[in-house]
Design a protein around this ligand. Structure first.
Ligand SMILES: Nc1ncnc2c1ncn2[C@@H]1O[C@H](COP(=O)(O)OP(=O)(O)OP(=O)(O)O)[C@@H](O)[C@H]1O
Ligand SMILES: [Mg+2]
Length: 621
């Protein structure tokens, strides 16, 4: 039962507190005073929604929070609900039960409140609160299947049917899975499965083989590296050999002249010898050039004398006596002529000597050049010898062609040996690799056998559980089917019978009898004749609807003991108004519904006929 309601800053009220009594309470007042607001606020408290509009839009002052608070009793417990919100957000929700207050979320509060009243929100919105719009809608809605569908929903028959459809679906799915598993089971070979220890042993062997393979790879790589190194040595050695052969071929004589056993030393000594030959020949050349200078001087001197003598001859023809420019004695022309002849002969002799010395110098120069060329070439060989790695040179000390030859053959021998070893390592590796491949295949096969055994076990288990599910679903479907039948037979028939009985009782003056068949189709009869539902007036339909509500509420709810009807008297003529009011007031007085909240603006009618036991009038202004 509803005990009190507080509304702050919401819809028609800035601040309103109202307490409720047992029996029927009529809220009367002019349009817009807030009659509907009261019922909507109760609905908002319980279901978290307003049936007519978005409740947040109905906040009056957007700067202030709105609040609705409802206090009610059910089964002897006091329960209080509070919701606070603004236009743009929800603020807080609170429940007080047995004096203990607890904050919770908006939706959590809704389910707590509905649990407390033992109804769902569909029941609350369809049966407990008959809002203004709903009364009007009902008048326009055809009866029969529509009514039946509602009653089914209210009884939960529809959900029972949905549930039955669901369990039938489960049966279909499970049966098809059972078929699939059975056919897969047939295809799996039944073989004795491998045990774990076999697989473990196989894995150990495999690990060892892989270790061996790794080692073989390392050894083979080391051999390949060694072969590479020896090949390098061989190349160097061959280079050395070639160089030595070239030196021997071209400079054999120079080398042979030295007393050295080692070719490199011999080369160095030959270079030294050549250098000293060059020095001595250069000395000769220098001497020859000196003589060339002195011969040239002599020639110059003789030419000067000849010139002087010529001038003496010229002077002697003019004068009787001329002095010799060299000996300062008197010289006559015949003497002078003889002296000139002699001087010319001397000049010719000196010039011949000059040419001879010149030839000697040229020969010397050529010789020096050729010696230097040889020395240069030998130096080049020396440099090339230095490019041969020390390790090689160290192994052929003292350096000689035969020794290099020996080294070369020993290198060839070790190369051959290492290549053989490498080949046999590769062979060994191939064998290990093949063995690993085989063992890996064996391992995979053993594992597959094991997996197949697992799969077999799994499929059997699954099949077992599917059979169980199938059995359960079949049982559940059976139970649901009989529950459905029972609900239909019992509740619907019972409810429909009661509706027609009540119709008789509360509207004895009516010429119509109302019978609802098992499908919920309303049959209207009068004097043994059947009429269409449309024969009922709008008012009669409203009365029938309210009647149906009251009965269904009484039949279906255990804890919820109040009913809220907004403007049920609209559309009714005065006779029907009174008749419906009679029904509602006596339903309350007879405790069919212990508490009813009804809004109306028919104040005069209410005050005239319906004040008294369990009847209250609340005037809103
Ligand atoms: N957000 C709001 N801010 C201020 N007033 C509002 C707001 N929402 C609704 N109202 C007022 O509330 C009143 C409507 O309240 P309500 O529907 O409860 O009246 P009523 O008594 O049921 O009227 P009727 O007899 O016409 O059904 C109107 O006067 C409307 O102006
Ligand atoms: Mg109203």
């Amino acid at each position: 039962m509803i005990r009190s309601l507080t509304i702050r800053n919401w819809k028609a009220f800035a601040d309103k507190h109202i307490t409720f009594s047992e029996g029927i309470t009529f809220f009367v007042g002019q349009n817009g005073v807030g009659k509907t607001t009261l019922l909507d606020a109760i609905c908002l408290c319980v279901t978290g929604k307003s049936p007519t509009a978005d409740f947040q839009e109905l906040v009056r002052d957007s700067k202030q929070p709105a609040e609705v608070r409802l206090e009610l009793d059910a089964n002897g417990n006091r329960f209080s609900i509070m919701r606070k919100f603004r236009r743009d957000r929800k603020l807080a929700c609170e429940v007080v039960l047995d004096g203990r207050s607890r904050g919770m979320g908006w939706d959590e509060l809704t389910s707590t409140a509905l649990d407390f009243l033992a109804v769902d929100d569909m029941f609350f919105n369809r049966l407990t609160y008959m809002s203004e719009g709903e009364v009007f809608r009902y008048l326009q809605e055809p009866p029969g299947e529509a009514l039946n569908a509602r009653v089914k929903e209210i009884f939960g028959i529809a959900s029972l049917q949905t549930l039955k459809g669901f369990t039938e679906g489960i049966i279909r799915d499970v049966s098809s899975s059972i078929r699939d598993i059975s056919s897969e089971l047939k295809t799996i070979r039944t073989k004795k499965p491998a045990d774990d220890s076999q697989i473990k042993a196989m894995e150990e062997t495999l690990a060892k083989l892989k270790e061996k393979e790794k080692k073989s790879y390392e050894e083979r790589d080391a051999l390949t590296k060694q072969i590479g190194e020896i090949n390098g040595e061989r190349k160097n050695c061959e280079g050395l050999m070639e160089l030595l052969a070239e030196i021997a071929e071209k400079y054999g004589p120079e080398i042979a002249k030295t007393s050295r056993a080692s070719i490199d030393d011999a080369v160095q000594e030959a270079i030294k010898d050549l250098d000293s030959d060059v020095s001595s020949e250069e000395e000769n050349l220098r001497k020859s050039e000196v003589s060339l200078g002195s011969v040239q001087n002599r020639i110059n001197y003789l030419r000067d004398i000849e010139t002087l003598l010529q001038s003496v001859v010229a002077d002697a023809t003019k004068k009787a006596e001329v002095l010799c420019p060299v000996c300062k004695r008197p010289v006559d022309k015949p003497l002078a002529d003889r002296l000139i002849r002699e001087t010319k002969q001397q000049i010719m002799g000196a010039e011949k000597e000059f040419r001879e010395i010149q030839d000697t110098s040229k020969t010397l120069q050529d010789k020096i050049n050729s010696l230097m060329q040889k020395a240069r070439k030998l130096r080049e060989y020396g440099t090339r010898l230095n490019t041969i790695p020390k390790v090689i040179l160290g192994r052929v000390k003292p350096l000689a062609i035969e020794r290099v030859n020996l080294l070369l053959s020993s290198i060839e021998a070790s190369l051959k040996e290492k290549s053989e070893a490498e080949k046999s390592k590769a062979l060994e590796l191939e064998v290990t690799r093949k063995e690993i491949e085989q063992k890996t295949r064996d391992h995979a096969e053993l594992k597959a056998e094991l997996t197949q055994a697992d799969r077999l076990k799994l499929l059997k288990n699954r099949l077992h559980s599917y059979y169980e599910r199938q059995m359960l679903a079949e049982m559940l479907t059976g139970v649901l089917e009989s529950a459905l039948q029972e609900q239909k037979d019992k509740n619907l028939a019972h409810a429909y019978r009661w509706i027609s009985e009540l119709w008789e009782k509360f509207r004895p003056e009516s010429r119509w009898k109302i019978v609802l068949d098992e499908k919920g189709v309303i049959r209207v009869t009068s004097e043994e004749r059947e009429y269409d539902f449309a024969h009922l007036s709008g008012g009669e339909k409203t009365v029938l609807l309210v009647l149906t509500r009251v009965i269904l509420c009484r039949l279906l709810s255990t804890k919820i003991d109040f009913l809220m009807i907004d403007e049920p008297l609209e559309h009714l003529d005065i006779r029907n108004r009174r008749s419906l009011l009679n029904f509602l007031v006596s339903a309350c007085r007879k405790n069919i519904i212990p508490q009813m909240l009804v809004t109306t603006f028919e104040e005069t009618l209410i005050r005239k006929y319906y004040e008294g036991e369990k009847t209250n009038v609340e005037l809103l202004a």
